[in-house]
Design a protein around this ligand. Structure first.
Ligand SMILES: C[S@@+](CC[C@H](N)C(=O)[O-])C[C@H]1O[C@@H](n2cnc3c(N)ncnc32)[C@H](O)[C@@H]1O
Length: 304
């Protein structure tokens, strides 16, 4: 089959789910992963013919995509902050907003590393709560090789994915140190699961977290490929208590951060001022909102 025919037929198949533009980018991602083609191969080479040995693989992938399964689960990876992460249905697919969280927190890590080195000291310690695929933990560890990262999640399946990410060659190249992953319930603020490794690590300079923050009632507004395939435990909080994770994170931040340490959390845009207030009331009077690239209240940052 000609590549251009496969692409046009597949885009038509996915259009009802995704709309034309997104359907096209999903199909092009699939072709790039399976065939090694570029987004323009079918245009500059309209006679490009798909190797018969790859057709079954493409057809099987298309069947999964047509059920609404996200392309990242079908391919088994998602790109985040310039790194390729393995993803399975046990972990949330990293989002572009979270990449912005990585950049904001990363600037703070970089500044602290510079300050420490000016005083002849080294090492900045980072705590990542609700780590999922480990996208924040690993990206910070790989981008700032002098940083040390402790990351926690309640889901053993997610921790298996996070701790199994293969960044051996990146670590070898820049001397980065693999994050430590630990199982803990962030909502149990007395839990030894987190207190024990935290005590062993000593004070943290930076805390990052992208906890579950979508209200159960918002499920109805979400796309099928999110609700049916991504883990509910990673997404949803009860309508009756949508800020439950932020109260817990604020408590952990109070215990974990050194004086002058900073926290960065991703939030539900519907609760910007309320989430900021949680941190102000828990001992971070300078807590402030930061907007995402769409102009929505998406993060709170605070210092101890
Ligand atoms: C929104 S996902 C974020 C994953 C990843 N940090 C990211 O940004 O892509 C939230 C994560 O919180 C974890 N989680 C849910 N409840 C938790 C709890 N009580 N304690 C610790 N982690 C929890 C889920 O397993 C999930 O991995």
């Amino acid at each position: 089959m000609l590549l251009k025919d496969f692409i046009s037929g597949s885009v038509r198949g996915l259009e009802p789910l995704y709309g034309r533009e997104e359907a096209k980018s999903v199909v092009l991602m699939l072709c790039e992963a399976c065939l090694g083609t570029k987004s323009y191969t079918h245009i500059v080479n309209p006679e490009y013919s798909i190797d018969i040995s790859r057709q079954a693989e493409l057809d099987a992938a298309m069947k999964r995509l047509e059920t609404g399964e996200p392309v990242q689960y079908v391919l088994g990876y998602a790109d985040f902050a310039g790194y390729r992460f393995r993803v399975t249905p046990s972990v949330l697919i990293p989002r572009p907003e979270t990449e912005q969280l990585f950049r904001i927190a990363g600037e703070s890590v970089a500044r602290r590393l510079r300050m420490k080195s000016a005083f002849g000291r080294s090492g900045v310690k980072v705590l990542d709560l609700c780590t999922g695929s480990g996208c924040l933990a690993w990206s910070l560890a790989l981008s700032y090789p002098d940083a040390r990262v402790l990351a926690a999640d309640i889901s053993q399946e997610a921790l298996d994915v996070a701790s199994g990410q293969n960044f051996k060659s990146e670590m070898k190249k820049n001397g980065a140190v693999r994050p430590e992953f630990t199982r803990a319930d962030v909502l149990d603020t007395d839990a030894a699961g987190l207190s024990e490794p935290m005590a062993r690590w000593g004070g943290f300079d930076v805390l990052v977290s992208n906890p579950p923050y979508v209200r159960d009632s918002e499920k109805a507004l979400m796309r099928k490929n999110v609700c049916d395939f991504e883990p509910g435990i990673a997404l949803f909080v009860p309508d009756a208590d949508p800020l439950v994770f932020y109260r817990a994170i604020a408590l952990w931040a109070g215990k974990a951060l050194v004086d002058g340490g900073a926290g960065f959390v991703e939030i539900n845009e519907a609760f910007g001022p309320e989430t900021r207030q949680v941190f102000r009331e828990e001992g971070f009077p300078d807590a402030e909102l930061v907007k995402d690239f769409c102009g929505k209240n998406r993060f709170v940052r605070f210092t101890k």
